[in-house]
Design a protein around this ligand. Structure first.
Ligand code: CA
Length: 97
């Protein structure tokens, strides 16, 4: 998935590449703002690029969110709801697999 989204083939995802990749996901309604929010969250070192290890970290994070969801069975933090929902969708669609 990472490789196919990396259209320039430079080994990192730009904001536009992430957005275009997310747009290709069936049943995922994503705005540019939503993609930007995800981008900022995944871009841990804030260099405006998502490298493979950051991508994988997002995968691990999405798995722990699912575990957390199972335990709590509720969204408790309003400001994180949108991100959690999207990242959960992505995980369920096996984007990060
Ligand atoms: Ca980065």
């Amino acid at each position: 998935m990472f490789k196919s989204w990396d259209t320039s083939g430079d080994g990192v995802l730009t904001r536009d590449e992430l957005y275009k990749g997310l747009m290709q996901v069936p049943n995922l309604k994503i705005t540019y703002e939503g993609a930007d929010y995800i981008f900022k969250t995944i871009d841990i070192d804030h260099n405006n690029k998502i490298n493979y290890s950051e991508f994988i970290s997002a995968s691990i994070k999405s798995q722990s969110i699912i575990l957390e969801e199972n335990l709590k069975n509720a969204f408790n933090f309003f400001d994180k709801v949108y991100f959690r929902r999207v990242i959960l969708d992505l995980f369920l669609l096996e984007i990060f697999a």
